[in-house]
Ligand binder design. Structure first.
Ligand code: FNR
Length: 185
């Protein structure tokens, strides 16, 4: 089974990238994480450019999404919402209508920010956008506040309680792929 990890931040030392990697440690053996690392290369969505053959970066995104059994997205919060380039990627993945790579795909959302609430608004918006795009979004919130302080204190983002919640979320998204997976693993 393959999980595609998408980080909504383009920043080199992104806290969300770290969070994604910590969450990936919770995947059971046999589940592979593929990190999507071309977010910055995607052109802005333009219906005029979305014909028979889209930009190669778009084709690679659609292919990575289509090949994935499930997707784990980590998002920062920018002005109470999701970063524009992450929204742009979802817009590309949501087309063509009727054959979109993201349609019916199990997706879980996590995120961290340097603010006190861990980007809960961004996560809420992201779930809304993903549902509208046709993804099967599993519930459960893993919002890690004050990322820079946590990292300075012990170098990890997930404490015991958050790790437990992240585990429930990861198990839930895998169960969407193969209901017996979590029990069998
Ligand atoms: C932010 N940040 C932020 N944080 C938050 O909790 N709520 C917010 O609305 C915002 N808004 C915001 C806007 C913009 C333009 C920037 C650049 C930043 C802070 C943000 O959470 C912080 O930069 C994180 O570290 C970004 O995630 P990465 O890049 O570390 O993964």
């Amino acid at each position: 089974m393959r999980v595609l990890g998408i980080n909504g931040s383009l920043r080199r030392d992104s806290h969300n990238r770290r969070l994604l990697l910590e969450a990936a440690e919770l995947l059971p053996p046999g589940v592979e994480l593929e990190l999507y690392d071309e977010l910055k290369a995607l052109p802005p969505y333009d219906e005029d450019d979305d014909g028979e053959e889209a930009d190669p970066a778009v084709e690679r995104l659609r292919d990575a999404v289509a090949r994935a059994d499930a997707i784990l997205v980590a998002t920062p919060e920018y002005n109470a919402s999701i970063p524009g380039q992450l929204k742009n990627a979802i817009d590309w993945a949501s087309r063509p209508r009727g054959a979109a790579a993201i349609a019916n795909k199990p997706v879980a959302v996590i995120g961290t920010s340097t603010g006190s609430f861990g980007g809960v608004w961004a996560q809420e918006e992201l779930r809304k956008v993903l549902r509208t795009a046709g993804a099967r979004v599993v519930g459960g919130e893993v919002a890690v506040p004050r990322a820079h302080v946590r990292l300075a204190e012990d170098g990890r983002l997930l404490d015991d309680e958050l790790r437990e919640r992240a585990q429930v979320l990861v198990d839930a998204v895998l169960a969407e792929v193969r209901p017996a997976w979590v029990v069998a693993a």
